[in-house]
Design a protein around this ligand. Sequence first.
Ligand SMILES: *[C@@H]1O[C@H](CO)[C@@H](O)[C@H](O)[C@H]1NC(C)=O
Ligand SMILES: *[C@@H]1O[C@H](CO)[C@@H](O)[C@H](O)[C@H]1NC(C)=O
Ligand SMILES: *[C@@H]1O[C@H](CO)[C@@H](O)[C@H](O)[C@H]1NC(C)=O
Ligand SMILES: *[C@@H]1O[C@H](CO)[C@@H](O)[C@H](O)[C@H]1NC(C)=O
Ligand SMILES: *[C@@H]1O[C@H](CO)[C@@H](O)[C@H](O)[C@H]1NC(C)=O
Ligand SMILES: *[C@@H]1O[C@H](CO)[C@@H](O)[C@H](O)[C@H]1NC(C)=O
Length: 247
Amino acid sequence: MIRLSLLLAVAACWNFVASHLVITYPGWRGNNLLTTGRTNEDTIPPDNLGVRYNKTSDELEYPYGMQWIYPCGGLATAANRTKWPVTGGALSFQPGWFNGHQTAFVYVNIGLGTTPLNYSHPMVPVMQLTGPSNSMYPGTFCLPQVPLPGNITYNVGDNATIQIIETAVHGAALYSCVDITFADAKDVAKVDGSNCFNSTGKDGRGGPMGMNFVYTATGLTAGAASLPVSWTTMLTVLGAFVFAALL
Ligand SMILES: *[C@@H]1O[C@H](CO)[C@@H](O)[C@H](O)[C@H]1NC(C)=O
Ligand SMILES: *[C@@H]1O[C@H](CO)[C@@H](O)[C@H](O)[C@H]1NC(C)=O
Ligand SMILES: *[C@@H]1O[C@H](CO)[C@@H](O)[C@H](O)[C@H]1NC(C)=O
Ligand SMILES: *[C@@H]1O[C@H](CO)[C@@H](O)[C@H](O)[C@H]1NC(C)=O
Ligand SMILES: *[C@@H]1O[C@H](CO)[C@@H](O)[C@H](O)[C@H]1NC(C)=O
Ligand SMILES: *[C@@H]1O[C@H](CO)[C@@H](O)[C@H](O)[C@H]1NC(C)=O
């Protein structure tokens, strides 16, 4: 229900937003989907296209949209934190709320403390998501168990911020965050098929959504590039090795 009303709200103000990624579980820091300070005619305003202060409205303006601003799409740390398991937990998001995200690299990082000084702790390897189309699409992707980076002690009651970065096909990066407080898993909002799912394209919930891990093949040959390798490719290759071994 929350998800549906959010989608409707996003769709309703489509002319005014260049929205990209929405974190649906465990929530988000706030709405950073605004694009303001752009002229109606799409000409360049006299004070240019940078983020700027509008004296009349007493607000910052984001001609390209808030979500492009590091580290959390232009939003300051929120007071309304969400509880998230101290053992790691689910993360669900919709990456397709604008054109250009048929494929998207997605990074998930954690920043430690109430107002993190950095987001230098990756939680999962970089992924390449695939969506159904290069136009905007309503598809949800969910990782049911995102682990916490090792060699750091996490206690119930500690604060942290989870950051999701999505890069568009041209490489520009969109930033979204959710502020969390670590809690016992039993005290955290329940995760089930209603708030954590991968859209299949057949269930009326958008999609289909796919995902490949991006492996960095360092050490194979000098200058080897990172290649997106799909699970099916991996399985095919593994299968071929097994088959060869059996012959
Ligand atoms: C926190 O408050 C903002 C602003 O009201 C809201 O948009 C956001 O959904 C809230 N986040 C959580 C995790 O409750
Ligand atoms: C500043 O904000 C006012 C009030 O919202 C708006 O009418 C005006 O167009 C804005 N100025 C610029 C340069 O965007
Ligand atoms: C976590 O954040 C909340 C809300 O901002 C704050 O009241 C609390 O003191 C913080 N907890 C710690 C351990 O810093
Ligand atoms: C990032 O912040 C953490 C905790 O605040 C700190 O331990 C770590 O050294 C920082 N990392 C970098 C690269 O600045
Ligand atoms: C933790 O630190 C040890 C010692 O520095 C290191 O060998 C190990 O690889 C680290 N583990 C992780 C998960 O980063
Ligand atoms: C969504 O797909 C990814 C990649 O295949 C998988 O790791 C994850 O468990 C799936 N999520 C759900 C809720 O099944």
